[in-house]
Design a protein around this ligand. Structure first.
Ligand SMILES: *[C@@H]1O[C@H](CO)[C@@H](O)[C@H](O)[C@H]1NC(C)=O
Ligand SMILES: *[C@@H]1O[C@H](CO)[C@@H](O)[C@H](O)[C@H]1NC(C)=O
Ligand SMILES: *[C@@H]1O[C@H](CO)[C@@H](O)[C@H](O)[C@H]1NC(C)=O
Ligand SMILES: *[C@@H]1O[C@H](CO)[C@@H](O)[C@H](O)[C@H]1NC(C)=O
Ligand SMILES: *[C@@H]1O[C@H](CO)[C@@H](O)[C@H](O)[C@H]1NC(C)=O
Ligand SMILES: *[C@@H]1O[C@H](CO)[C@@H](O)[C@H](O)[C@H]1NC(C)=O
Length: 432
């Protein structure tokens, strides 16, 4: 009953573009449609723009769900909060005639002089993981049209941005705090349909195309920090690396290019997984691969998902059996947990070796103990959810059939991460 496609993407994606090779797109980059004002605006190019993010959380802040930026759309500007989502590529907003969109700011096209209803494609969208920590039990669907207007973030402006304006939201989108989604996934050009005939520039490539940014690198600092005791909140650095948010060097891991192109999600090779970290780590029980656990595979890295996903039930069982017998399935959607006291007691670091042997670096990244307990499970007093759920049904990547993980914000927020679609790398640095 669960469709595979929505499960492979992140918070949201257009179902028909999910598993498409990037080849049809490459030629389009040179087309006149996308060659606009580079030269004219050369001198206005900015290298780094800091975008403050706001976190949506529950359980008194213990369960962090989504990181949101503020954008404006139209002339005069209408303001929206959008999830900063590396797991999708489109901008999605609710329309003013939507009756099931929840308590959100709705975009009113008739109040914008720069609005165009073109290209007027009807696009239903489906999302795979919602804004919450619980995997979806069914695919959510929203009804939208592709339209065009000016979209701005922190003074950067894309005058003719195509986006999805939805007149009907599914339950998942209507219940989330953010008004919409800002996809910043790795596609430089994407398609609104399966034929590849209707392509668009996602927001970041469009800003680069418009000469507003020198590149589409995004750095994510999903916590507090900053140098000289100067506390800074969560931020995205757009157009460059923010040296004030990390120590040491950025370790750049090359993405699996084919899978990244197919899914429009940053996809990394996973060599091994361990319970613990540093010198104090052990393989998962029932390893079938020498001293490596049975989990080599790949992982989607998705800032728009508030939990981690193991490839299948067995992998989750093996993980939790190596941690505590008291962790049990919480629902029929692949979530696990225990009493809150137990979960706090057994919480542990979880480490992954990631990277491709032939390119870039192979490094260890650790989801810290502090991210292990996601907080009280909705509706179950005293029961807390553990960071890893599992895909159900099991999921494998579409090329070689390797096991597929999803690493969401519990891992991402432990680092200053640098998302570079151009160099096909995802950088990890110690955050400050
Ligand atoms: C952008 O960075 C380049 C190279 O570091 C520098 O020469 C240029 O002045 C910067 N531009 C702006 C607008 O800051
Ligand atoms: C809202 O407007 C859009 C575009 O005109 C239209 O397709 C849709 O049917 C309308 N929906 C409602 C609920 O009025
Ligand atoms: C999914 O869960 C929601 C409540 O979370 C419920 O209303 C709905 O009936 C469920 N759908 C299916 C297909 O199980
Ligand atoms: C896409 O383009 C191809 C070739 O130009 C054409 O045959 C096909 O009908 C188009 N598909 C759609 C959905 O427009
Ligand atoms: C990693 O990539 C970023 C840009 O994505 C770059 O600024 C940085 O210098 C790279 N680090 C190393 C060690 O190559
Ligand atoms: C591990 O293997 C043993 C022996 O084959 C089996 O009894 C046990 O159920 C397995 N544990 C898990 C978590 O798969």
């Amino acid at each position: 009953m669960k469709s595979l496609m929505p499960l492979i993407a992140s918070l949201l994606f257009t179902s028909t573009t999910a598993f498409r090779p990037s080849q049809p797109f490459t030629g389009h980059l040179e087309s006149s449609k996308y060659r606009s004002s580079d030269r004219r605006q050369e001198t206005e190019k900015k290298n780094l723009t800091r975008v403050p993010l706001e976190v949506d959380s529950r359980n008194d802040g213990k369960t962090e769900l989504q990181w949101m930026a503020t954008i404006t759309v139209g002339t005069p500007p209408q303001t929206f909060k959008v999830v900063v989502d590396t797991g999708s590529t489109a901008l999605v907003l609710p329309r003013n005639n939507c009756t099931n969109c929840g308590k959100h700011s709705l975009f009113n096209p008739s109040k914008s002089t720069s609005f165009s209803p073109q290209p007027a494609l009807f696009r239903p969208i489906e999302y795979g993981t919602g804004a919450d920590t619980i995997p979806l039990n069914q695919t959510g669907r929203a009804e939208c049209e592709v339209v065009t207007d000016t979209v701005s973030i922190q003074g950067l402006s894309a005058p003719k941005q195509e986006f999805l304006l939805c007149h009907s939201y599914g339950e998942t989108l209507s219940s989330q705090l953010a008004d919409g989604i800002l996809g910043i996934g790795p596609a430089d050009i994407s398609a609104w349909d399966g034929s590849g005939n209707f392509t668009y520039l996602p927001f970041l490539p469009n800003l680069v195309n418009e000469g507003q940014l020198s590149n589409r690198i995004v750095g994510l600092a999903l916590g507090f920090g900053g140098q000289n005791q100067q506390q800074r909140g969560p931020e995205a650095s757009v157009g460059g690396v923010d040296d004030a948010r990390y120590h040491g060097r950025i370790k750049n891991v090359s993405v699996d290019e084919m899978l990244t192109a197919l899914s429009s999600l940053f996809t990394l090779d996973v060599q091994a997984a361990y319970i613990g970290s540093g010198n104090n780590k052990r393989v998962w029980p029932n390893s079938t691969n020498g001293n490596k656990p049975l989990v080599p595979g790949v992982a989607y890295i998705d800032s728009g998902t508030a939990y981690m996903l193991a490839p299948d039930q067995q992998a989750a069982e093996n993980l939790y059996s190596g941690i505590s017998k008291d962790i049990f399935p919480l629902n029929d959607r692949g979530s696990w947990g225990a009493s809150c006291a137990t979960l706090d007691e057994v919480a542990t670091d979880i480490t992954f070796t990631i990277g491709t042997k032939t390119r870039g670096e192979v490094i260890e990244v650790t989801m810290p103990k502090s991210a292990f307990n996601l907080g009280e499970y909705p509706g179950k007093k005293g029961v807390c959810q553990a960071a890893f759920s599992h895909w159900d049904p099991p999921l494998v990547e579409p090329i070689e059939g390797r096991r597929l993980w999803l690493f969401g914000s519990p891992l991402i927020k432990a680092y200053y991460t640098v998302w570079n679609a151009k160099s096909s790398t995802l950088g990890w640095a110690e955050k400050v």
